[in-house]
Write a protein that binds this ligand. Structure first.
Ligand SMILES: [Zn+2]
Length: 224
């Protein structure tokens, strides 16, 4: 196993808190509603599921929190505790009124014919792609996440930012840099095929790793 993986595993074993950011590299090949992580159609999805399992195994006994910008809902088909997951960009499997006439959000299949019971407009995925995105779907969880974050101050925190690009940098990239900068006991790993760069002022506690984050994490499971 290479040095970067060893270092990350060491940091994780001593961590009191682990903050995980999951970005676009973790998207199911097609995040349409008919593709679910639990039905593994191809090799890429099997790889993704194995990576989620490896990731969960790394943090299962830790005080962790997961932030994801992926909207395919795949993380909810894993062993991660959904109370420790926030998806600010939404989830395609949650349904909202496409006209946003109500802030109600429904489970998939909960409403007959996928039409709004109030105004009869078609329902759409509760994601940032919706014309009128209803943010109430994630806001309570976001509040809980912010509260968890304040509990990481001055604690041994490991941040794993995995495969996140620049589409919505305000969700994790920039805030994670800020958290790591101010927490002197933190270690910050940014794993990305392309956007692995870390600002120089982040210093030695932060490092960018140029790798596909899914295969990289999957590889951590092969540590014996
Ligand atoms: Zn409606």
């Amino acid at each position: 196993m290479d040095q970067q993986k060893k270092e990350m595993l060491e940091a994780l074993s001593g961590a009191e808190k682990v903050l995980i950011g999951i970005g676009g590299e973790w998207k199911l090949k097609d995040d349409g509603r008919d593709v679910r992580l639990r039905c593994l159609a191809d090799e890429a999805q099997r790889e993704l599921k194995a990576a989620y399992e490896a990731l969960w195994d790394l943090v299962r006994d830790k005080d962790y929190y997961v932030v994801t910008t992926v909207t395919d809902g795949a993380v909810y088909d894993t062993d991660f505790d959904s109370k420790r997951v926030v998806a600010p960009c939404g989830n395609i499997h949650w349904r909202q009124c496409s006209k946003a006439c109500t802030k109600d959000i429904w489970e998939e299949g909960e409403v007959p014919e996928d039409t709004c019971p109030h105004c009869r407009a078609p329902l759409t995925g509760n994601t940032v792609e919706a014309e009128n995105y209803i943010e109430e779907g994630y806001l309570p969880r976001w509040e809980a996440y912010k509260k968890w974050q304040t509990g990481t101050l001055n604690r041994k925190l490991v941040i794993l930012e995995l495969g996140e690009g620049f589409k919505t940098p305000t969700v994790m990239r920039w805030p994670f840099e800020k958290i790591a900068f101010f927490n002197r006991k933190s270690a910050f790993y940014r794993v990305n095929r392309q956007f692995y760069q870390m600002p120089r002022e982040m210093g030695e506690r932060a490092g960018g790793i140029q790798a596909d984050s899914v295969s990289f994490i999957r590889g951590l499971a092969e540590r014996n």
